[in-house]
Design a protein. Structure first.
Length: 245
């Protein structure tokens, strides 16, 4: 019988691996990931990743799919969503209340996510207005992901098209430089943009955003999701003003 775990009892390393698997398979479980891919993602050896996943499989949190693919079991998905939810709440707190940048808040949230109690988590959720996404627009759990539109890759938009930045994918969140660039150009969820030029040969996309022109390579642009035209403002969470004082 697999052992039962409270997600808060998992080691910091186990939480990191579950979160990495969640990032690669997506909030809706449509992606695929192997131990080798997660090892590269975390900057560890494939042997170390394989050993950790053997433990997580024994604990009933991860299972093997086809070939070498890994997926989260229902218990593993619940644990990973819980970890991501705490991480997202901390990011909202650190960006909207404390005033840290996106990249800094991600690092700090990683350090703190295993330490907050259920009581503090519930209070944070209430104080921050019950966000359904992280500050980058990614759904907090699988149920939320199923309810929200998927969005279109920014890299697929044609010149002249207006759009709204919808979310910065979990994969993009792992690139601190990209996060900092997007934040500095105010290319955040809810921002209105117009595609000025897109070039396959130059591997670039130029857009007009809240702070003027910005240029992205097509690969990083593929990690940003947009909605055509002006999207419904209700899709974008804003922390209540009273909470940010």
């Amino acid at each position: 019988m697999p052992r039962r775990h409270d997600q808060r009892d998992l080691s910091a390393a186990a939480q990191e691996y579950l979160l990495a698997l969640r990032v690669l398979v997506g909030a809706d479980d449509t992606g695929r990931a192997t131990a080798a891919q997660i090892a590269r993602h975390l900057g560890v050896t494939t042997q170390a990743a394989s050993e950790m996943f053997r433990r997580l499989v024994a604990d009933g949190l991860v299972a093997h799919a086809e070939g070498r693919d890994l997926h989260l079991t229902p218990a593993g998905r619940a644990a990973a969503d819980g970890i991501f939810r705490r991480h997202a709440l901390l990011e909202w707190l650190l960006t909207s209340v404390v005033g840290l940048g996106w990249a800094e808040s991600d690092d700090e949230a990683m350090r703190l996510q295993g330490a907050i109690s259920p009581r503090v988590e519930a209070r944070l959720d209430e104080m921050l207005g019950h966000p359904e996404t992280c500050p980058h627009g990614n759904p907090i759990d699988a149920e939320t992901a199923r309810r929200r539109p998927a969005g279109i890759r920014l890299s697929a938009m044609e010149a002249g098209a207006p759009a709204t930045i919808y979310r910065i994918t979990e994969e993009a969140e792992e690139d601190a430089g990209l996060l900092s660039y997007l934040e500095a150009r105010a290319l955040i969820p809810g921002a209105h943009i117009t595609i000025l030029a897109r070039s396959e040969s130059l591997d670039s996309l130029t857009l007009d955003g809240p702070r003027g022109r910005a240029t992205l390579g097509l690969r990083p642009a593929a990690l940003v999701r947009v909605l055509p035209g002006e999207a419904d403002p209700a899709l974008f969470h804003r922390v209540p003003v009273a909470s940010a004082r």
